[in-house]
Design a binder for this molecule. Structure first.
Ligand code: HEC
Ligand code: HEC
Ligand code: HEC
Ligand code: HEC
Ligand code: HEC
Ligand code: HEC
Ligand code: HEC
Ligand code: HEC
Ligand code: HEC
Ligand code: HEC
Length: 310
């Protein structure tokens, strides 16, 4: 009797993927109600993964789970506990004609992002994800599984060569910026979005890794950190007063070129009292403009550097 059931299940397994799931015409609300009910009843299968694989083992993607950390049979891995159901929830009556949905994952999933994420967080609510609940990604209902893949040996977003590509699938504006004339070396994957951002959220604006924007820049540009004898107020305030961190059409990631950049804050006639050399170029309008004289734009340690000129 039992063997016949197994055979029936195996045969049904061969046709997987040919037809849409029986619950695919249900609303998200109906599906979520069923999933919540299933979790409350807690009808986990007796055979764990073996029961699932009876129908799902022909799916290469499913089997690739065993190439990655979540397929390990050791430690806190799901496969060492409730196995597939640790993530997809209790089987319930899913195996009986596939009438009941399982919790599914990703941006196309029928389950809500919140439901999906609570599964992942049940094991991963640790320090890197301390601020997840306040993160833009959580607030905009981005699922963990929209960035991460677990049915694989190597999650692309954890690969430095691929991370920028995954992030810019959604962030097209930044994708354009990192290809501008001046940019951090992200288009060659020598730097990653996660050098500056914690995609899981942080205590600061724009989910930056450090407490302030400037501290994020000092990680690599320590020489710009004060205190200096003569400081330039906007530098200490916020590097993004002048720089566009992802890229710019101007040199040095500048938001505008001098003198325009400077004149956003300094009046055009700041040197009104200075005599102009007769008929000549004083340097006010030449190439580097203001920077020809005020070369220590990030501050000066020279005793006579008050005007940031040395
Ligand atoms: C009797 C066969 C059978 C068994 C046993 C079974 N499933 Fe399924 N499963 C199906 C069918 C049929 C579908 C719908 C077709 C599809 O999407 O592949 C499905 C769909 C799913 C989906 C949704 C796939 C998607 O594309 O969104 C997940 C997740 C899933 N099953 C997980 C499991 C897990 C975990 C177990 C074990 C606890 C399990 N299944 C046991 C037959 C089965
Ligand atoms: C039952 C516990 C459990 C659940 C549920 C779980 N994980 Fe994990 N996860 C682990 C363990 C154990 C590791 C191995 C590394 C470690 O010790 O943190 C891991 C590692 C990871 C890693 C690092 C992978 C690597 O290759 O280094 C990522 C990313 C991850 N999990 C994401 C997820 C996502 C996304 C979900 C939800 C879809 C999820 N996890 C659900 C236990 C779990
Ligand atoms: C916007 C994309 C994105 C989302 C959404 C996301 N992650 Fe990550 N995750 C990353 C990136 C990038 C890394 C590697 C760099 C890093 O650690 O900051 C990472 C690393 C990890 C790691 C391994 C290293 C570590 O930090 O421990 C785990 C575990 C993990 N994420 C779990 C999760 C869980 C759980 C969720 C959902 C609550 C989630 N992630 C949501 C992008 C994302
Ligand atoms: C760590 C959590 C986790 C575990 C454990 C897990 N899955 Fe998944 N499963 C996911 C996520 C997340 C996805 C979405 C695709 C991806 O991220 O790789 C998924 C996708 C699927 C799909 C849809 C695949 C497709 O073709 O799109 C099926 C079916 C499935 N899982 C079945 C299983 C089975 C069977 C097991 C046990 C052998 C299992 N899962 C174990 C998290 C998990
Ligand atoms: C060198 C550090 C750095 C790197 C690398 C970086 N960012 Fe940013 N990002 C910032 C800073 C700083 C801000 C805040 C800008 C501001 O306040 O003007 C920001 C803001 C953002 C914003 C909010 C919208 C905006 O532009 O203000 C998004 C979205 C974003 N970054 C995505 C990304 C993505 C995607 C990547 C990888 C391709 C990335 N960032 C790489 C520093 C960085
Ligand atoms: C599945 C789509 C998706 C992916 C992939 C994704 N994001 Fe986002 N991200 C969003 C959405 C949606 C928002 C909120 C709306 C917005 O600001 O664009 C957002 C917002 C942000 C912000 C703005 C924070 C703020 O407060 O202004 C940053 C920074 C960011 N993402 C960084 C990243 C990084 C880094 C990665 C890759 C590790 C990444 N994102 C991958 C969808 C995504
Ligand atoms: C993870 C390290 C890292 C962080 C963090 C970082 N930078 Fe950079 N920065 C670099 C590298 C690498 C270069 C390229 C140096 C080169 O090409 O010689 C660079 C170059 C620059 C340049 C010159 C660009 C050009 O076109 O020559 C500016 C301006 C700059 N960074 C500003 C910032 C600002 C502002 C922040 C904070 C929002 C920041 N950086 C954060 C590593 C970093
Ligand atoms: C008042 C505008 C302004 C502010 C604010 C500012 N910068 Fe700059 N930065 C410039 C200008 C102008 C240049 C080009 C200098 C040149 O051409 O000599 C530059 C060049 C750079 C460079 C590349 C050349 C070099 O000096 O290494 C880096 C790196 C840099 N800035 C980092 C930063 C960091 C980090 C901050 C915040 C602590 C910051 N900047 C704040 C105006 C500013
Ligand atoms: C975001 C606004 C802002 C921008 C942009 C800016 N500055 Fe300033 N700058 C200030 C402020 C504020 C002070 C401090 C004024 C004070 O203490 O009276 C200052 C001070 C100075 C001083 C020293 C004045 C003194 O007597 O102490 C010089 C020189 C100067 N800036 C030159 C420049 C140049 C050159 C540029 C363009 C590359 C520039 N600034 C861009 C806001 C800005
Ligand atoms: C030919 C060299 C030169 C050029 C070019 C130049 N400056 Fe100056 N600037 C000076 C000197 C020298 C001082 C010191 C004060 C003085 O002696 O008048 C000064 C002083 C300043 C001060 C402080 C004024 C005060 O009231 O104390 C500001 C602000 C300033 N410059 C901004 C600019 C801006 C903005 C530009 C570009 C539009 C610029 N400078 C171009 C040489 C120059």
């Amino acid at each position: 009797m039992k063997n016949r059931l197994l055979i029936a299940l195996l045969i049904s397994g061969t046709s997987l993927g040919a037809s849409a799931a029986p619950w695919s015409n249900q609303s998200q609300q109906q599906i979520m109600d069923t999933l919540v009910e299933k979790f409350e009843q807690g009808n986990y299968s007796k055979k764990g993964a073996d029961s699932c694989l009876m129908c799902h083992k022909k799916n290469e993607k499913v089997m690739a789970l065993f190439n990655g950390v979540h397929g390990s049979l050791q430690g806190n891995s799901p496969m060492a506990g409730l196995q597939c159901e640790a993530c997809h929830g209790p089987q319930g009556k899913h195996n009986r004609g596939g009438k009941e949905p399982m919790l599914d994952f990703g941006s196309q999933a029928l389950a809500t992002a919140q439901a999906q994420n609570s599964v992942c967080l049940s094991c991963h609510q640790d320090s890197p994800r301390m601020s997840w609940h306040a993160s833009s990604h959580n607030l905009e209902e981005v699922a963990c599984a929209s960035c991460h893949q677990v049915h694989t040996g190597q999650d692309p977003i954890l690969d430095k060569q691929q991370q920028n590509g995954v992030c810019t699938e959604c962030h097209s504006q930044q994708k354009a910026q990192i290809h501008q004339r001046s940019s951090h070396p992200m288009k060659w994957d020598q730097m990653q979005c996660s050098d500056c951002h914690n995609p899981h959220g942080s205590q600061s604006d724009a989910d930056l890794k450090q407490v302030t924007l400037n501290d994020t820049c000092y990680q690599c540009h320590a020489e710009k950190r004060g205190p200096k004898l003569w400081e330039h107020a906007p530098v200490m305030d916020n590097c993004a007063n002048c720089h566009s961190p992802h890229g710019s059409v101007n040199d040095n990631l500048l938001k505008a070129r001098a003198p325009l950049l400077c004149q956003q804050c300094h009046s055009g006639n700041v040197h009104a009292s200075r005599p102009y050399a007769p008929g000549g170029d004083t340097g006010f309008s030449a190439g580097g403009s203001c920077l020809n004289c005020h070369s220590q734009i990030h501050g000066s340690n020279h005793p006579q550097g008050k005007a940031l000129q040395r």
